[in-house]
Design a protein around this ligand. Structure first.
Ligand SMILES: [Zn+2]
Length: 399
């Protein structure tokens, strides 16, 4: 691969190397830019930017996007100015996203163009060592697929389906990923792949993924909600992920909705999750079915138009929407984006959420928010890992 590394620290006095690094950093920050953007962002002259860009195109670090890719922001008459993006020669990032039963892996350029994607089925919850070995194997396998070495990888983001303590990076809720308690997954993976790894709660990655690649493109304030084994929300304020003081922001599933309700796995009683999570939906439908149901069966029933399954899922949507309405009153987001496999199966879940927000949020808050199903389906977390990896070089633990 190209050995020029303009993003590395230049030698003292090397203004050209320093300015090349600034141009690369500016393109990386925005994904794609025009030469005029670069002039503004770097405060360098038009002639200097033109010369630096020419050198970076020449050595294969930058490419001009084809007109149809680059025309998005073109305004006014005439041909829009050419947009520039980083190629894989400038380096790559890798995203790895665990769910409870699979691992997805993607590699992308520093401008966010996805080069390859793959997935494997895996029992993740109880065997952290096996799961992390699999993550290392998938990391190496995707690099082989795109003919890159590990030294080309600038950063890696690992998504886990559990809240992570913001200060220690550890999984601390022992009944969500029991085999991972007190492990530092990023450090464990770094020891296996020898590249910097940042870890992040998967639902937060879902929010970043939809904001960067999906239904929230161009938005600054959004809530991504996922109803699955648990119920969680990823919060984006002013274009940035909001994690809270200790990393638990968005734990929607543990809002108490019934003071004398069922005992929750978190130890509280009557949490939202005890009413609407996958195990509850299965339990609600089981009496009507002779065979033991799984969540995949529930999804199949919903897709097939089974009225009982449709009702259970739309009721779940209304129950989640009731709590989301309160959250919207506090946060005033422009969008609520619904993810997770149940939202993909039919519009029942999203419709239920939309109905409850319209009914229970303040009218001006309800008018400001659009409620939609995510566009990325099961890829939201993985593409969020790519989005975070592009901007996470220096973040060992997110801050
Ligand atoms: Zn709970």
């Amino acid at each position: 691969m190209n050995s020029a590394r303009p993003t590395q620290s230049p030698k003292p006095g090397s203004h050209r190397a320093y300015n090349l690094g600034r141009v690369v950093a500016a393109v990386r920050r925005r994904g794609s830019v025009t030469r005029a953007d670069l002039e503004r962002m770097t405060e360098l002259s038009r002639a200097t930017v033109a010369a630096l860009v020419a050198q970076l195109i020449d050595d294969g670090t930058l490419r001009e996007l084809p007109a149809d890719e680059g025309a998005r922001t073109g305004t006014g008459p005439g041909r829009p100015p050419a947009r520039l993006a980083l190629t894989e020669s400038a380096g790559i990032v890798v995203g790895l996203a665990f769910s409870h039963d699979d691992l997805r892996t993607a590699a992308a350029t520093l401008s966010g163009d996805v080069l390859a994607e793959q997935s494997v089925q895996l029992a993740v919850d109880n065997s952290a060592g096996v799961a992390l070995d699999a993550a290392a194997a998938e990391f190496n396998s995707i690099l082989r697929k795109i003919s890159h070495g590990e030294r080309d990888v600038h950063s890696v983001v690992l998504g886990l389906p559990a809240p992570l303590d913001r200060h220690t990076g550890r999984v601390v809720i022992n009944n969500i990923l029991p085999g991972w308690v007190d492990l530092d997954p990023a450090a464990e993976l770094e020891a296996r792949i020898h590249r910097p790894v940042t870890q992040e709660n998967a639902v937060n990655l879902g929010a970043l993924g939809e904001m960067t690649y999906g239904g929230g493109t161009g938005m600054r304030d959004l809530v991504f909600v996922k109803v699955s084994t648990g119920v969680g929300a990823g919060l984006i304020f002013d274009g940035r992920l909001y994690r809270g003081a200790s990393g638990y922001a968005g734990e929607l599933g543990h809002i108490q909705v019934q003071s004398n309700g069922l005992l929750c796995r978190c130890g509280s009683r009557g949490c939202l999750e005890t009413l609407v999570s996958a195990p509850h939906l299965i339990a609600a439908l089981q009496p009507m079915h002779a065979d033991l149901l799984t969540i995949a069966d529930v999804i199949r029933l919903v897709e097939a138009g089974d009225s009982g399954a449709g009702r259970v899922v739309s009721d779940a949507g209304r129950t989640v929407g009731r709590s989301l309405a309160d959250m919207c009153n506090v946060l005033n987001p422009e969008a609520v984006i619904v993810g997770g496999e149940l939202s993909v199966a039919s519009s029942a879940l999203t419709d239920g959420i939309r109905e409850a927000i319209a009914r229970y949020a303040q009218p001006s808050v309800a008018r400001a928010v659009t409620v939609s199903t995510g566009k990325l389906e099961s890829r939201a977390e993985l593409l969020g890992a790519i989005a975070l990896a592009i901007h996470s070089d220096r973040l060992r633990h997110p801050s």
